[in-house]
Design a binder for this molecule. Structure first.
Ligand SMILES: *Cc1c(COP(=O)(O)O)cnc(C)c1O
Length: 438
């Protein structure tokens, strides 16, 4: 790994070799290179492998996913209802198989995480428990460019409590002329709102700009103000390293189809800090799967929550959408987040320098430049009139580069350390250069 380290430690632009052979040399020195073979890579209609830089939207399919899924389909064919107990991986505790891997990725205890539902559903369930406004403390702080679903969820929760967004929703904006939030500004606002603040909800990695927020001091400030603090890990889990337990985060939610490669609409997940997991009195929306396992089938009329995040489960888990997640978590376990993150920093840094070198004046990188302030993704603003930017986007797809377009002019490209190589990054930048100059 020394060559990668050396690389991202950053020789100045003029010294750095940005050729394709330099990219190949980096690949040859990459200890994670072989993981790319564990994924199916999409091809175009002519059967050529496309350059896939859309892993922040939908991760590629692990080859092991089909086997995991077929196991459950087979057990269902073979056993019917008996599969709940007798499947190779019994279905009743099936979701527990995901907990160790998820706990590792979010930096929590296995009892603090659970695979269930989908992201926005989990966000609502968490707000039911952790947004409990009263006459004095009733505001929610989010960021102004929050993902629409998160904003809809928060506003509808406010309205559910008879509060209106105009007065009770605080939306943090970057400073004039800036594109990303400053930690000190968010902390200052949290301190100003103080005892009026009930909930702080922030992304660990922002979906549009790719900014990785310095969440630990934000969590500390929110909790010091007496608010609960929740994180949306949609673009962070499997991308950057999290320490939710040590950071004292109250709750977090995520989906598993982006960096976690668990497939479209895969089961999401949730983190509830141990101190809340032990609190059986905390209000929640209950269902039988959150009830004490030993007595779940005795149909006791009184809800007795499981200790930990599992106590927030409502329904029995979706086995067929959890099976691919288990295949993916096994890959993460073997690769390890520290090594993945190290490669990611090198890979994204390489891409940044290639873009700066080859596309001056054609794009603006709105993602922060420093590795600690971003994950895999680079968000590029195309410095062209809107109709030309659109044409450029079509050109990229036609030339075999899959990225992700956000209106009106942002192209998001994510080199994924599990399955993208330095040569891929070089070739993607090449296509970008051709499309932008066309
Ligand atoms: C992807 C994403 C979602 C998706 O929500 P679902 O409930 O899984 O459909 C929500 N919030 C953010 C920030 C996202 O990036």
């Amino acid at each position: 790994m020394r060559s990668l380290r050396h690389h991202h430690a950053g020789p100045s632009l003029s010294q750095e070799d940005l050729s394709r052979s330099a990219a190949s040399a980096l690949d040859a020195a990459d200890p994670l290179l072989s993981f790319a073979q564990e994924f199916h890579h999409p091809c175009d209609s002519a059967g050529r492998k496309v350059l896939y830089f859309g892993g922040h939207s939908l991760g590629l399919q692990p080859k092991a996913a089909a086997g995991m899924l077929e196991q459950e389909l087979g057990d269902w064919r073979r056993l019917g209802v008996l599969g709940h107990h007798d499947a190779v991986r019994p279905w009743i505790p099936y979701h527990e198989l995901a907990a160790p891997g998820l706990a590792e990725l979010v930096g929590g205890l296995a009892s603090e995480v659970v695979a269930m539902n989908s992201l926005t559903v989990n966000l609502h369930l968490m707000m039911v428990s952790f947004f409990r406004p009263d006459a004095a403390r009733n505001k929610v702080l989010i960021e102004s460019s929050a993902f629409p679903s998160d904003r809809y969820a928060v506003v509808s929760q406010l309205e559910f409590h008879g509060l209106d967004a105009a007065r009770h929703l605080i939306e943090m904006k970057p400073r004039a002329g800036e594109r990303t939030l400053r930690t000190e500004d968010v902390i200052e606002r949290i301190e100003q709102e103080g005892s009026r603040l009930a909930l702080v909800l922030l992304p660990s990695v922002q979906y549009l700009t790719g900014q990785s927020l310095d969440v630990e001091p934000l969590i500390t400030a929110g909790r010091r103000a007496g608010a609960n603090v929740g994180l949306d890990l949609a673009h962070a889990i499997g991308n950057t390293e999290q320490r939710l337990h040590d950071w004292n985060c109250d709750f977090a939610v995520w989906c598993s189809y982006k960096y976690l490669n668990a497939g479209p609409g895969a089961v999401g997940g949730c983190f509830v800090h141990e101190r809340h997991g032990r609190d059986r009195k905390r209000p929640r929306f209950a269902g039988w799967w959150g009830h004490n396992q030993a007595e779940r089938f005795l149909y006791d009329p009184t809800f007795d929550p499981i200790e930990g995040a599992q106590g927030w489960q409502i329904s029995n888990p979706p086995i067929l959408s959890t099976a691919p997640l288990l295949a993916s978590l096994d890959i993460f376990r073997r690769a390890g987040m520290p090594a993945l993150r190290e490669k990611s920093i090198a890979l994204t840094g390489f891409m940044q320098r290639l873009i700066e070198h080859r596309l001056p004046g054609l794009v603006e990188i709105i993602t922060p430049g420093a590795a600690q302030h971003r994950g895999c993704q680079l968000s590029l603003r195309i410095l062209r009139p809107a109709d030309e930017a659109k044409r450029c986007q079509r050109e990229l797809t036609a030339r075999g580069l899959i990225g992700d377009w956000r209106e009106p002019d942002v192209l998001r490209l994510a080199p994924i350390p599990l399955y993208n190589s330095f040569a891929d990054v070089f070739d993607a930048t090449d296509i970008l250069a051709v499309a932008l100059r066309a």
